[in-house]
Design a protein around this ligand. Structure first.
Ligand SMILES: Nc1ncnc2c1ncn2[C@@H]1O[C@H](COP(=O)(O)OP(=O)(O)O)[C@@H](O)[C@H]1O
Ligand SMILES: Cc1ncc(C[n+]2csc(CCOP(=O)(O)OP(=O)(O)O)c2C)c(N)n1
Ligand SMILES: [Mg+2]
Length: 313
């Protein structure tokens, strides 16, 4: 049945039962506001939008993948502060021709990423319009840790990454060509593009390790490292030899792999800097060193191009 054939109460009746409750939810969907516990007394909050055609296409993604992507990109921002996601609210502008089932599958996608993180989907809003737009606001708890900001990188720090780089961009390339994935690496890159799996648990882990700065990589390593460097008043020196691990994960016929690792966005890896003497645990890769100066360097050469996704270009 189309969403235009049912009233809002019936739509919510189909949607809400699929949403995860979350460990910190005191009152979920159904009232004027939700009530969330904030055990730490502070909370982090972030918001991100996805628009049909700009961030996803219904020809490429299942509704469940769109839900997972929408949740993942918001939860990655929470993790990038060193926090644990506690709840999200999700506002949806839906086309009238969508099926009620689309909404149910979208809810399952939100649950795919929020559920395992212990994060509730505690409210939202529904409206109709000419294209799908999704706006999510996410809240997180710092559990006593200091929030890890992007401005704290110190000269001498090692620059580290948790998660993948370039996989989403390879997936976008495959999907844009209308091709089906030919091997497991291609399938994984398409899956990461359509429904990213950020290493959410590594955010608080990095905070505990004493990360000086952290952010998630949404627009590309170079562009986001440039933002971190600028905020911290330092230069970010990347080493291509250290990036080889990320190349090894990419599909074998992915074009310009180093470019994708440097400038491809949307894997939602975590980029952080750590004290130089620290031994890196499983799940973290060193990619370079924080230096005196400004800008981003690769093997000692300044990268002058923006080096990433531009939403307004
Ligand atoms: N419309 C807005 N009003 C206020 N702050 C905004 C707005 N858009 C972006 N910002 C802020 O600017 C910063 C950079 O935004 P953005 O590039 O979207 O971050 P991210 O890549 O982490 O999602 C964030 O702190 C964000 O909250
Ligand atoms: C249909 C489609 N085309 C292209 C892309 C690639 N893409 C869109 S936005 C983006 C970068 C991140 O988007 P933005 O809205 O700037 O996210 P933010 O930095 O706010 O987290 C990329 C790589 C996509 N996801 N979907
Ligand atoms: Mg944003």
């Amino acid at each position: 049945m189309r969403i235009s054939e049912v009233d809002e109460a019936a739509l919510l009746g189909a949607f809400v039962p699929h949403l995860p409750k979350g460990r910190q939810t005191l009152l979920g969907p159904g009232d004027d506001c939700a009530v969330l516990r904030a055990p730490d007394s502070r909370y982090v909050v972030t918001t991100d939008m996805l628009v049909e055609g700009s961030h996803f296409k219904c020809e490429w993604s299942t509704p469940r993948q769109i839900g997972a992507r929408a949740a993942a990109q918001n939860l990655a921002d929470v993790a990038a502060m060193g926090a644990f996601p506690t709840g999200i609210v999700c506002s949806l502008c839906l086309r009238e021709d969508l099926q009620v089932d689309w909404l149910v599958e979208f809810a399952k996608g939100l649950a795919d990423r929020c559920g395992p993180a212990g994060c509730g989907v505690v409210g939202g809003d529904l409206t109709r319009g000419p294209a799908i737009a999704i706006s999510i606001t996410a809240f997180g708890d710092l559990r006593g840790q200091t929030a890890v900001v992007r401005s704290g990188a110190k000269v001498g720090d090692q620059i580290v990454v948790a998660g993948t780089l370039g996989m989403s961009s390879c997936g976008l390339e495959i999907v844009s060509q209308g091709a089906s994935p030919a091997d497991p690496a291609e399938a994984e890159s398409v899956s990461i593009f359509l429904a990213p799996k950020p290493p959410l648990h590594m955010g608080p882990e990095l905070a505990k390790l004493g990360a000086h700065a952290m952010m998630d990589v949404s627009d590309g390593l170079v562009k986001d490292a440039r933002r971190m460097g600028k905020a911290s008043g330092v230069a970010m020196a990347l080493e291509s030899a250290e990036l080889e691990y990320f190349s090894s994960l990419l599909p074998s016929n992915c074009t310009r792999p180093l470019d994708k690792i440097l400038t491809g966005g949307e894997d939602h890896a975590l980029l952080a800097t750590l004290p130089k003497e620290l031994q890196l645990p499983e799940g973290l890769r060193a990619v370079g060193t924080v230096k005196v100066g400004e800008g981003v360097y690769l093997d000692g050469e300044l990268i002058s191009a923006s080096g990433g996704w531009e939403s307004y270009r």
